[in-house]
Design a protein around this ligand. Structure first.
Ligand SMILES: [Fe+2]
Length: 361
């Protein structure tokens, strides 16, 4: 009987682990697609229609692929920074918004409008050389003014330039409006704000909290959120706050910390027992491992010794790792490495660096 219970717990743990990795892979795929959308938006060579189609298709994919029963996605997004900050933030606000909106059983069109708005809510901050976009930023005198006006600029770009729906444009215009009327740009309040306006404000607030608390994991973030919601209840919709905590507390085992940062760090590696150094570039790094790009051909389970330095201060020589993943993009081979250090020293050093790195960002 006791053995049976242990077995059940082990099965539960391994199911949870598999689900976490699936959600992490899913999130990585989402980041790649979202990055493409932002590149396409900035580019003067991409047609507007092509960008618009990409955005709509991606919003549909997000809605259809996110498993709303599997709350591990919340665990992932509260614990890692991945990709360009604006892209990562926009995607996370979209994911949180979709999770929250699902509790309100919105009609599909409204849900899609909200998902697109969340994905593009800060698009009014992206200045680009695309001549068709330059006029939107024409009379700005300072960065503060850009910060103040980005909801209006973004709202205009979404409806006039991209030709997306009026509802999407209005949600973007209002993503900083607060229920007590203290938000901007218009200071509108209460019943004038739709449930979508309230959701996007809360989702945006939540992801900013993730960043401010250095991706401390859901347990820590939940405590901070609770303090804010208790101290400023008039700013948030109470039903949204309740749904948010339902989702957070539905998570089990939310203690794992991923603090991954995207880098472009030159490094070298040697094959196990080899003497020749091969060049590579570290694409991202966490306490548990790294992803590297190299011209060399490696295979899963290969052992390698990786050498690199962080800001020229923390030097890592011949850290033993093994290849856990092998992927490709149009520029060549990318390998996922896991550090083999069991003492935790490597992890601790990298985490210290990442804490500093993230606190600067
Ligand atoms: Fe914003």
């Amino acid at each position: 009987m006791v053995n049976g219970t242990i077995q059940e717990e082990t099965n539960e743990q391994s199911r949870n682990l598999v689900s976490k990795f699936k959600q992490l892979e899913l999130f990585e795929g989402f980041i790649e697609s979202a990055t493409e959308i932002f590149i396409s938006f900035r580019s003067e060579r991409k047609s507007i229609l092509e960008t618009k189609n990409k955005i709509e298709k991606f919003a549909e994919r997000l809605i259809n692929t996110l498993s709303l029963e599997d709350d591990n996605m919340f665990n992932i997004i509260s614990s890692i920074e991945y990709g360009e900050t604006l892209v990562s933030h926009s995607l996370k606000v979209a994911i949180i918004s979709i999770f929250l909106a699902s509790r309100y059983k919105m009609p599909p069109v409204k849900l899609k409008n909200l998902a697109i708005a969340a994905l593009l809510h800060d698009i009014g901050k992206i200045k680009s050389n695309n001549p068709l976009l330059v006029p939107y930023f024409f009379d700005l005198k300072s960065d503060e003014e850009l910060q103040k006006k980005h909801p209006e600029i973004g709202s205009g770009i979404v409806s006039d330039y991209l030709g997306l729906s009026q509802e999407t444009s209005i949600i973007i215009l209002r993503h900083h409006e607060q229920l007590d009327g203290s938000g901007f740009p218009a200071g509108i309040y209460d019943t004038s704000l739709s449930i979508s306006d309230r959701i996007i404000f809360t989702a945006n607030f939540m992801d900013n909290m993730f960043r401010k608390t250095y991706y401390a994991g859901l347990d820590n973030i939940a405590l901070n959120l609770k303090k804010v919601f208790d101290n400023y209840p008039e700013k948030f919709d109470v039903s949204i706050v309740n749904y948010l905590f339902d989702i957070i507390y539905a998570n089990k085992g939310s203690n794992r910390k991923f603090k991954r940062v995207t880098l472009a760090l030159p490094a070298v590696f040697k094959l196990w027992q080899g003497t020749m150094s091969h060049k590579c570039r570290i694409l991202d790094l966490s306490g548990g491992g790294a992803r590297i790009r190299t011209k060399e051909i490696l295979t899963v389970d290969d052992l390698v010794n990786l050498s690199f330095s962080l800001s020229g201060v923390m030097v890592f020589n011949d850290k033993q790792c093994h290849i856990v993943r092998d992927t490709q993009d149009e520029r060549g081979n990318i390998y996922g490495l896991q550090f083999d250090d069991n003492t935790g020293t490597t992890q601790e050093k990298i985490n210290t660096y990442l804490d500093r790195f993230l606190s600067k960002g």
